[in-house]
Design a protein around this ligand. Structure first.
Ligand code: NAI
Length: 501
């Protein structure tokens, strides 16, 4: 049913819609007004067709409400599902000539409203408004790139199990079991042992979804390569996304989703495990007793009770850590740019600057994300501020710490001990068995010579509970995306900060 455009609210709605939809948004004000005048609203009830394949193509449309399914008739007579269109999606712009016919049918999945614009008006705008024409060319270029990717995907999938939609890189047996329980139901993964980087990216050819973990490389080169192979979604099975070039993903129209929280307790508990091991030297006692040495020499520790802990980054994990440390009877200081008076009052946390926290804490635990602002948050200047004999715990990201400055602080015995689940250059070593190889990273090798340094290989997350939560959320993210929820509609989408950071 065409709704006559005699109500000013309709024209306001149409104007707002065109103003926010590329390429119309680039048109001059006079062009936009002419387009609005020759637009109207069209409502389609759930299940009803909006357009039928083969009919004359007279309208360009934008979805204002609801969602619609696009299908095309294949050579063998079957209807093939092409895509789901939801709010903001645009159609009809690729067939602007007067004699064009509809290349696909469109049916409303739920009650929908379209803003439809006369194609003749669009052709006139194209002739008279060069900025609209330029924006239209850019739109068509992106459209062609995205269709090329879809074709590449389809070609690479020929002969493969159609349920295999996910290229799962850096697959480890302990996570595979959790994922296999969740996948079933028509969705499968190709398990790839290699880490994702420029040399392995071709293994994603034909897979719409790439599933990656913390030490996979998703820089601009890899993203360009997987986009060329037909990948349109990156499903991170982790919280941090500092290894993803989000600007490159955006350029190639790749959606990125993550698992924002899977078990903050797992990570906070590991931080405490590292802390207690170091303060009570149980790592040394374990080795000593196995050798038949029951001496206590060198095993004197210190009580946590009554001492001061500093938590840098009071987000999901930092809060769990703060509560655990309060449980030991510690005074807890915290540094985080986001205040939360209610949490501080409930748990008994005192806020202060990073420098003040370092000066006052016997134990410092890092839970801030790695960003350009937090890179080498702990450098030589800040190690010098720390209390003599303090213990540093890092379960967040290796890049938060300048490791050479850390080694200097340990050598001078200014720092009492360090528990590290992460290391800036960990990707060459962590998660793999390198026991038959020589460690060529001198910084890592030096770190491991200290008897007051405990290194674990990024295992803070590794509990049954966390693995199950990771699999559940990652698979839900992928299913959402495969069901047509794209871009901002994705629940756990990772978007580039407006600053580009
Ligand atoms: P979150 O986003 O809930 O919390 C991070 C907090 O850090 C936020 O409150 C933020 O305001 C704060 N922050 C940002 N910049 C800061 C700065 N300059 N100084 C102080 N605070 C700052 O993140 P969540 O879930 O607590 O995770 C924290 C980090 O832990 C993640 O970014 C990730 O890198 C790491 N992680 C490590 C794991 C492991 O297995 N070792 C597993 C999961 C996460």
């Amino acid at each position: 049913m065409l709704v006559a455009m005699n109500q000013s609210s309709d024209s306001q709605q149409l104007r707002a819609c065109l103003e926010h939809t590329a390429p119309f948004s680039a048109s001059a004000p006079a062009t936009l007004e002419r387009l609005v005048e020759r637009s109207s609203l069209r409502s389609i009830a759930a299940g009803e067709p909006a357009f039928v394949e083969g009919d004359p193509s007279l309208w360009v449309f934008v979805v204002l409400r609801g969602s619609l399914a696009a299908t095309a008739r294949a050579e063998d007579g079957r209807d093939v599902s092409l895509r789901t269109l939801s709010v903001g999606d645009l159609g009809g712009l690729t067939a602007l000539d007067a004699t064009a016919t509809r290349s696909a049918s469109l049916r409303a999945i739920e009650d929908a409203t379209l803003a439809i614009v006369e194609k003749r008006a669009v052709r006139e705008a194209l002739e008279s408004d060069s900025s609209f024409a330029t924006a239209l060319v850019a739109y068509l270029g992106e459209h062609i790139r995205s269709k090329t990717r879809q074709i590449a995907t389809a070609v690479a999938r020929v002969g493969r199990d159609p349920r295999e939609q996910i290229a799962f890189f850096d697959a480890k047996p302990y996570e595979r079991a959790a994922f296999e329980r969740r996948l079933s139901d028509g969705l499968r993964a190709r398990w790839i042992e290699a880490k994702l980087d420029a040399s392995s990216a071709a293994m994603a050819d034909g897979y719409p979804v790439v599933c990656a973990f913390v030490n996979d490389t998703l820089d601009a080169t890899v993203i360009e390569r997987i986009a060329a192979g037909g990948t349109c979604m990156i499903a991170l099975r982790c919280a941090g996304y500092n290894n993803v070039d989000l600007a490159a993903a955006e350029r190639h129209g790749i959606d990125v989703a993550r698992v924002p929280a899977y078990s903050p307790h797992a990570v906070a508990e590991h931080a405490v495990a590292l802390l207690l091991t170091l303060t009570r030297k149980t790592h040394r006692a374990y080795a000593r007793v196995r050798e038949g040495n029951f001496s206590l020499h060198g095993l004197v520790g210190f009580d946590l009770h009554g001492r001061t802990a500093g938590v840098i980054g009071l987000g999901k994990i930092g809060r769990c850590a703060a509560e655990l440390l309060r449980g030991f009877g510690m005074r807890v200081l915290a540094s985080d740019p986001t205040p939360d008076d209610a949490f501080d009052a409930r748990v008994g946390v005192e806020r202060c600057s990073v420098d003040a926290l370092l000066e006052r804490s016997d134990v410092v635990t890092l839970h801030a994300p790695l960003t350009p602002d937090t890179w080498h948050l702990l450098d030589a200047r800040r190690f010098a501020l720390m209390k003599r004999g303090a213990v540093l715990i890092n379960t967040s990201r290796g890049g938060l710490v300048d490791t050479r400055a850390l080694i200097d602080a340990l050598k001078s015995q200014h720092l009492g001990a360090a528990g590290l689940d992460v290391y800036e250059e960990e990707s060459e070593y962590f998660f793999r068995d390198r026991s038959d190889k020589v460690i060529t990273d001198d910084v890592l090798a030096r770190l491991m010579t200290f008897n007051n340094v405990l290194v674990t290989s990024h295992q803070a997350f590794l509990t049954e509970d966390a693995l199950d939560n990771i699999a559940e959320t990652t698979v839900a993210n992928v299913r959402e995306w495969l069901d047509g929820r794209r871009g901002e509609a994705l629940t756990h989408r990772v978007a580039r900060a407006p600053s580009g950071g």
